[in-house]
Structure formats: structure tokens, C-alpha cells
Design a protein around this ligand. Structure first.
Ligand code: NAD
Length: 419
């Protein structure tokens, strides 16, 4: 029972957020024009021989929004609702996100409009390899480094790394991040986004003087980001009372057993029917009386029609763009503390950066080393954003955008315009 995705165009939202923050920063028109739009947009056709022998055509994209502060960086999404505008929006957010956590990358994103749930492993592999070949002129460890996103994973990255390396003639693990450990992946990368979400929630609780131990949590979307955030919150003593995925929502007012729920999700592929839980609707999950709501599914799941019902004190945006601008305004007016996506879910790209550094150095770190560095980066970024939020009296989302956009603007002003 998926939540309906409403018509807000993600790219319009990204541009609107940009304008608000750039104007609050007092950025001049020329600088805004230089950093606002994607630098490169590639649209490709991906023909794939399906298992039954017929050939199917998929539309796919790779967008590089910015290489001002370093190589472009961003995930690849496989989903039936992928559009060019969605990919442009996600690429734009990646630029500001990398700048918020102050890692030397720009922003990019890729996507294929497909339904991976109804494709075999062989079909997915052939589609991934052909897509890699089609975007090959754009990607590379010093140019543009893809990573996993919705419905892509470490296996997808292994196929991309292999296709790229075979074409170049030697192994190039640094072309993608989120790889399997045995191919140059980083310890801690798989859990990085959820772990980063957790660190920012810890900071938000401290900022609001809300004890995390005993706090009640609802998590929408129980994939990579949502499930790890739920697990760490559970381990920290918070009570995760509701969780959903695209098949349904489960609720227990005394707290769900998250390790067992994760086990069931791996075994059965869904959360529905979890013992000691009752089924609730997606709308009921959003409206639960809880301290922390973690939207960790897709864009626009909280919108004008359901935002008023949200009762959480903190909304931690593990997903990219989960609130429409209307929902954002409603929650602001209700006094909800929002940890914006470009801060909240930046743990993934931060450990991707660590992975790339390790690949470039051929020297690999211990898991605890990765966690410590990630915690430092996330907590510093949170403090930097809160400082702007408090001093400039702007919402957290605008503060985060001001921090990221300000850093990109400074870099572009220093580089100047070529030729
Ligand atoms: P994923 O594919 O692992 O999980 C997505 C989850 O959302 C699945 O459990 C799916 O069933 C569920 N879902 C889909 N539609 C839903 C709906 N309408 N209601 C409830 N649940 C729904 O993906 P992920 O990597 O966890 O990504 C989730 C979000 O986090 C995306 O917005 C993604 O861009 C963002 N994100 C992910 C990473 C990362 O490293 N994985 C990094 C940054 C941001």
C-alpha cells in the first residue's frame, strides 16, 4: 500500500530551495547563475535482451550538477518513476550535500526508468553493464563517481566497476563507491547513511534537550537508510514503535523488536505480518504520537494533505526530498524541528568519500576508524548548520542550503570563469 506521490516536481523544489537560500546569503545574480543549474545532462537509451529473448528499451540518465569543488558524486536509482527532472533535482541536492559535510566533491545523480522488482538478476546485470557503457565518457575516479541509491546495491556497483575496468584495460575500483568489501569497498559504507541519520538525531535531541533514551520513533521506509537508522536508535534505547515499507506498516506501542524485524525483512522481503505488531495504514504511521519521525522512503511522501497530522517533534529526513514545500511550511508552522536531507542523510556520501580515499591510497581502514571519522564529520556539519539556524533565525533547511551553497559559491568565485 504505497503512499501516493503527489505532483510536486522535485527539480522545481530544488530550484525554489536554492533561490531562498541564495537570496538569504545575499549572493549576487552572476554567482547564482553559475552554480544553480546542472553542468552536464546525459540521456541515454539502454536496450536490454530480456530473459524471454525480446529486446526492451529503457530510458536512463546521468546528470552532473557541479564539479566546482571536486569530482561529481552521486548515486544511481532504478525505479519506475525515475524522470530527468527527478535526477536533476537529486544531482543538485548532492552538490549542496557534499558541501555541507565539507567533502571535496561536487554533485551528480543517475537513474534508469525501470521496475527492478520485476527483472531477473541476469536482466539487471545486462541493463547495468549497457548503462555503464553508455555513460562511460562521463564517469571516472577523477570525474564522476556513482554509488548505490534506491533499488541499486553493492552488486550493481561491482558490475559497473567491472564494465568500466574491462573497457579501460585495468582495475579501477575508485570509479564507484558502495562496492563489496572484496572489491575495494569500505567497512561501514553499507550502514553509513543510517548511521549518519542516527548521529544527526542524537545532535537534534541534545539541541532540543529531548532524551533519546525512551524517545518514540516512527520510520517510513525500511530499506538501507531506514533500517540501519532504526537499529541504531533501538540500540540507543529509543522505542521504534512503527515501521513501514512499500508493502505495509507495522506498529507496536511498546516498541518493535528491530533486530528481529530486520531479520524478517531479509528473509521475506517485507515487514507486513511481523509478530507482536498490528497493521496500520501509511497515513496512520505519519500521524502517530511520537517524538521522532524518520521518512526514509522516497520524495514527497509528506505533503499538504497529510503534514497537518504529523505529531512528531523531530523529523529526520533520511530520504531525499521527503517533504513537499507545502508540507515543509506546515511543519515549520507547527514548530517541528526538521533535520534537512542534505544534512541528515549525508553519512552515505561521507563514507563514499572515505571509500574513494582508501581506493586511491590502496590502504584500508578499520570499521571503528570509519565510524569515528563519520561521527566527527556529521556532528561538525550539524553544529555548522545549527549555528546559521540560530544566528540568522532561518529554518534548518535554509540554514543547511546556505552553508552548502555558500561553500560552492566561494569556490566558484575563487576559480573564476573559463575562458
Ligand atoms: P532502499 O531501496 O534500500 O529502501 C527503500 C525502502 O523504502 C524500501 O524498504 C521500500 O519498500 C520502501 N518504500 C518505497 N516506497 C515506500 C512508500 N511509499 N512507503 C513506505 N515505504 C516505501 O533505499 P535506500 O537506499 O534506503 O534509500 C531510501 C531513501 O534514502 C531515498 O530517498 C534515497 O535517495 C535516500 N538516501 C539513501 C542513501 C544510501 O546510501 N542508501 C544515501 C542518501 C540518501
Amino acid at each position: 500500500m504505497p503512499t501516493t506521490r503527489v505532483a510536486d516536481n522535485a527539480y522545481d523544489v530544488a530550484l525554489e530551495n536554492f533561490e531562498t537560500a541564495a537570496n538569504a546569503l545575499g549572493l549576487d545574480h552572476d554567482t547564482q547563475e553559475m552554480i544553480k543549474y546542472p553542468e552536464r545532462v546525459l540521456m541515454v537509451t539502454v536496450p536490454v535482451r530480456m530473459d524471454d529473448g525480446h529486446i526492451r528499451r529503457f530510458e536512463a540518465y546521468r546528470v552532473q550538477h557541479s564539479q566546482v569543488r571536486g569530482p561529481a558524486k552521486g548515486g544511481i536509482r532504478y525505479h519506475p518513476q525515475v524522470t530527468l527532472d527527478e535526477v536533476k533535482a537529486l544531482a543538485t541536492w548532492m552538490t549542496w550535500k557534499c558541501a555541507v559535510v565539507n567533502i571535496p566533491f561536487g554533485g551528480a545523480k543517475g537513474g534508469i526508468t525501470c521496475d527492478p522488482k520485476h527483472m531477473s538478476q541476469g536482466e539487471l546485470e545486462r541493463m547495468t553493464r549497457r548503462y555503464t557503457s553508455a555513460i562511460l565518457p562521463l564517469i571516472g575516479p577523477q570525474q564522476d563517481i556513482p554509488a548505490p541509491d534506491v533499488y541499486t546495491n553493492s552488486q550493481t556497483m561491482a558490475w559497473i566497476m567491472d564494465t568500466y575496468s574491462m573497457t579501460k584495460g585495468y582495475p579501477i575500483p575508485g570509479v564507484v563507491t558502495g562496492k563489496p568489501i572484496s572489491l575495494g569497498g569500505s567497512l561501514g559504507r553499507n550502514e553509513a547513511t543510517g548511521r549518519g541519520v542516527f548521529y544527526t538525531i542524537e545532535c537534534a535531541c541534545e539541541h532540543l534537550h529531548l532524551p533519546l533514551k525512551g524517545a518514540t520513533v516512527a520510520v517510513q521506509g525500511f530499506g538501507n537508510a531506514g533500517s540501519i537508522a532504526a537499529q541504531l536508535l533501538h540500540e540507543a534505547g529509543a522505542k521504534v514503535i512503527a515501521v513501514s515499507d512499500s508493502t505495509g506498516c507495522v506498529y507496536n506501542k511498546n516498541g518493535l523488536n528491530i533486530p528481529e524485524l530486520m531479520h524478517m525483512k531479509v528473509l521475506c522481503g517485507h515487514v507486513e505480518g511481523f509478530p507482536e505488531s498490528e497493521a496500520i495504514s501509511p497515513a496512520q504511521l505519519l500521524a502517530l504520537d511520537c517524538d521522532i519521525l524518520v521518512p526514509a522512503a522516497l520524495e514527497n511522501t509528506v505533503h499538504a494533505d497529510n503534514a497537518e497530522a504529523v505529531r512528531a517533534k523531530i523529523v529526520a529526513e533520511a530520504a531525499n526530498g521527503p517533504l513537499t514545500p507545502a508540507a515543509d511550511r506546515i511543519l515549520q508552522n507547527k514548530g517541528v524541528f526538521i533535520i534537512p536531507d542534505i544534512l541528515c542523510n549525508a553519512g552515505g556520501v561521507t563514507v563514499s568519500y572515505f571509500e574513494w580515499v582508501q581506493d586511491e591510497q590502496h590502504l584500508f581502514w578499520e570499521a571503528q576508524d570509519v565510524y569515528n571519522r563519520l561521527e566527527r564529520v556529521m556532528k561538525t556539519a550539524f553544529r555548522d548548520v545549527v549555528k546559521i539556524h540560530v544566528e540568522r533565525k532561518v529554518p534548518m533547511r535554509i540554514a543547511a542550503n546556505m552553508l552548502g551553497i555558500g561553500r560552492v559559491a566561494e569556490a566558484v568565485q575563487l576559480r573564476g570563469i573559463y575562458p
